[in-house]
Design a protein around this ligand. Structure first.
Ligand code: PEP
Length: 258
């Protein structure tokens, strides 16, 4: 049984006051609802890197995990403005996003860069959440599987299949991120099954255990149906993770469908 994972990607949002009330809201809400137990669902937040130590301190003694939104390839050195995996690990991160579509598009990260970051994350002892997904045009052109295959294969070639044992994959159709459009449960499930099949071709046992999250306008009102799909093991949540109540409702939905 794969334990569901709900991850909140806060992106570049939140002044200190907003982050304080958000994390307090999640922590207090978790204590009040019976529906989410740490045994059923793992949840984590991915704050802007500057706030990671602050959030780390606040979530001590809670069931909330911590991750970063990005890392650099090197460990230390002359890389002005960058943060390494070992630094993230030292300040309490367990996870890091790699290959988010905003990084691929706005910061020109190609598949090779994503593969190198994935490898750097694993070497630093972090669990990468590898994001893959097609654009609307690619979907309409029937290229979804080819795009996903290329994105996964680039990472496989650079990091090797063993590195995927310490990783999570997130299917995030680019056209659904922050748009309010969501893949239907069936559309998402088809891609998740394709991703699991890709892993199966390289490691049969790992295909059974690796978690594949869905991301792209997952909200309290669509989470349950998406999470009921056999190959959807959780969610990567953007907008709805900035509202403690919505985020917790999605966590509850993940717990209920277990
Ligand atoms: C994301 O940024 O990974 C994401 C899924 O955002 P949203 O939930 O806002 O679509």
């Amino acid at each position: 049984m794969r334990k569901r994972l709900i991850a909140g990607n806060w992106k570049m949002n939140g002044a200190l006051a907003q982050i304080t009330s958000l994390i307090d809201g999640i922590a207090n809400g978790l204590l009040q609802i019976n529906g989410v137990s740490a045994a059923d669902v793992e949840l984590l937040v991915l704050p802007p890197s500057i706030y990671i130590p602050f959030v780390h301190e606040k979530i001590k003694n809670t069931a909330i995990g911590l991750g970063a939104q990005n890392l650099y390839l090197g460990d230390v050195g002359a890389f002005t403005g960058e943060v390494s995996g070992s630094m993230l690990k030292e300040v309490g991160c367990q996870f890091v996003l790699v290959g988010h579509s905003e990084r691929r598009t706005l910061f020109f990260e190609d598949s090779a860069m994503v593969g190198l970051k994935f490898k750097a994350a694993v070497l630093a002892g972090l669990m990468p959440i590898l994001c893959v997904g097609e654009t609307r045009l690619e979907r309409e052109g029937g290229q979804t599987e080819a795009i996903i295959h290329e994105q996964l294969n680039a990472v496989l070639q650079i990091a090797g299949i063993a590195a995927f044992e310490k990783a999570v994959i997130a299917y995030e159709p680019v056209w659904a991120i922050g748009t309010g459009l969501t893949a239907t449960p069936e559309e998402a499930e088809a891609v998740h099954a394709f991703i699991r099949q890709f892993i199966h071709q390289n490691n049969v046992d790992l295909a059974r255990t690796i978690r594949i999250l869905y991301g792209g306008s997952m909200k309290p009102d669509n989470a349950a149906l998406l999470l009921a799909m056999p190959n959807i093991d959780g969610g990567l949540i953007g907008g709805a993770s900035l509202d403690a109540g919505q985020f917790l409702k999605i966590c509850e939905a993940a717990s209920v469908v277990n």
